[in-house]
Design a protein around this ligand. Structure first.
Ligand code: 13P
Length: 248
């Protein structure tokens, strides 16, 4: 049985002091969960988050990274740098990065390879726009994104990847995919992985849903056969609300 992984994506929110306060409030509220709890925080909060989360079941992730190890890339942060401060996870290919910062399927693939080379676990985002959905292209888009993201990875790497299916029209809009819709899209992704890497690998990959997840819809979504937890934006910014999602 696959475990459920609930990850918060704070995006560009929270200062170091708020991070420390948040984790101290969240830790006792989620200490008994069997689900995995991850907080993906801004670079400037990472070190504070890692220190504060020591001795708890909360794991810490970054929200992006560069695919090169080092060099003349002003303003960028590499997988090696994240690993050096004990970051465990990294979000790769979030739709906001694809939309605003020229992230492509090719850079996503390079970043995943660099993350694995440095023992970071990637949380890879895929998802369709509203227009693509209305044109009936959802399955085609998300399976293509998945195929290109995973291109050239070994089976044991694919098994250890976390995929977040985030329909773009559901992000920050209060609109959630129905649990059936989300489950079906995730099944499409899993089937594509089965075609390329085999059924065994596909049945082990964690695939989350993201897009307006809150405490009131988490249980319905996360109880579906193929939805292995969630990537939570806005609702991960309040410790109590996020703890209810973790303890759905
Ligand atoms: P919201 O939960 O705010 O819709 O954001 C989802 C998301 O983009 C998580 O990565």
């Amino acid at each position: 049985m696959r475990k459920k992984i609930i990850a918060g994506n704070w995006k560009m929110n929270m200062l170091p002091g708020e991070t420390i306060e948040f984790i101290n409030e969240l830790a006792p509220l989620v200490k008994n969960t069997e689900n995995e709890v991850i907080l993906c925080v801004p670079y400037t909060d990472l070190f504070y988050a890692i220190l504060t989360a020591q001795g708890t079941n909360i794991k810490i992730g970054a929200q992006n990274m560069h695919y090169e190890e080092k060099g003349a890339y002003t303003g960028e942060v590499s997988a090696q740098m994240l690993k050096a401060i004990n970051v465990e996870y990294v979000i790769i290919g979030h739709s906001e990065r694809r939309q605003y910062y020229n992230e492509t399927d090719e850079t996503v693939n390079k970043k995943i390879k660099s993350a694995f080379a440095n023992n970071l676990k990637p949380i890879v985002c895929v998802g369709e726009t509203l227009e693509e959905r209305e044109e009936g292209k959802t399955a085609e888009i998300i399976t293509k994104q998945t195929e290109l993201a995973l291109n050239g990875l070994k089976n044991d790497e694919v098994e250890n990847i976390i995929i977040a299916y985030e329909p773009i029209w559901a992000i920050g809009t209060g609109k959630t995919a129905t649990s059936d819709d989300a489950n079906n899209s995730i099944k499409e992704i899993r089937n594509k992985i089965a075609q390329i890497y085999g059924q065994n690998v596909a049945s082990r990959v964690i695939i989350q849903y993201g897009g307006s997840v809150k405490s009131t819809n988490a249980k319905e979504l996360f109880s579906m056969s193929d939805i292995d937890g969630g990537l939570v934006g806005g609702a991960s910014l309040k410790a109590e609300e996020f703890s209810k999602i973790v303890n759905f």
